[in-house]
Design a protein around this ligand. Structure first.
Ligand SMILES: [Zn+2]
Length: 214
């Protein structure tokens, strides 16, 4: 199994290919069924991303069948079954990189900002459960965003939400905390730009430093 830093580099290179339009490294091989994967898988990264149709993880990182363990949920929120999915992949497959992938102009973030401004009475309890997960981080970022332009407020809110999910994964799972402390697991945040196709990684220093110390 490759290290977290190697996996991170693989994703950065894949995204560069995607942005430059040179994707499809060994396309026939990596985008077709691979019989050797029927017995086992060794995904190089676990991606917790938004369900938004414009942010398919395998495509924006130019990865193929068997390369990524992808969990997608509106707003890239962290709830128990999603933490469990990350734990499962990290334990079962030895994958050492977890990326929380948010994106610009995320509908869940826009809906949460709207809900804070003007609460809706008739919201479905299921959708409300998503907004409720996002809300605390957004409210916190709004406190420091007084007087900023609307697009800056949305940008900060997207990042605050990614960081909240990263922190949750780092600190609220015994299994992941152990893997971070002893086995080189990194949990990093990233934002995909709908405008440019670029993925910017951030919120990664703490985990990198931590791993170097251990
Ligand atoms: Zn989204």
């Amino acid at each position: 199994m490759i290290s977290a830093l190697e996996a991170l580099e693989r994703l950065r290179e894949g995204n560069r290919r995607f942005v430059s339009g040179t994707q499809g490294r060994d396309t026939d091989l990596c985008h077709s069924p691979r019989p050797e994967l029927s017995a086992k898988q060794e995904p190089c990264a676990i991606i917790l991303g938004c369900s938004d149709s414009r942010v398919p993880a395998e495509i924006v990182f130019d990865q193929g069948v068997g390369d990524l363990f992808v969990i997608r949920v509106a707003g890239n929120i962290v709830a128990p079954s999603l933490v469990g999915s990350v734990e499962f992949a990290a334990e079962q497959f030895g994958t050492r990189l977890v990326v929380v992938l948010g994106h610009s102009r995320c509908g869940v973030i826009l809906a949460t900002l709207e809900e804070i401004r003007q609460p809706m009475k008739s919201q479905s309890p299921n959708m409300k459960s998503i907004i409720d997960r996002v809300r605390p981080a957004i409210e916190e970022s709004l406190r420091t965003d007084q007087g900023r332009k609307p697009e800056d407020i949305v940008r900060h809110a997207v990042r605050a939400n990614v960081s909240a999910s990263v922190n949750h994964l780092r600190h609220d799972s015994e299994i992941l905390a152990r893997l971070i402390g002893n086995d080189g697991l990194f949990v990093v945040g990233a934002e995909y730009s709908l405008e440019t196709g670029e993925v910017e990684f951030f919120d990664s220093e703490a985990s990198v430093t931590h791993s170097h110390q251990s």
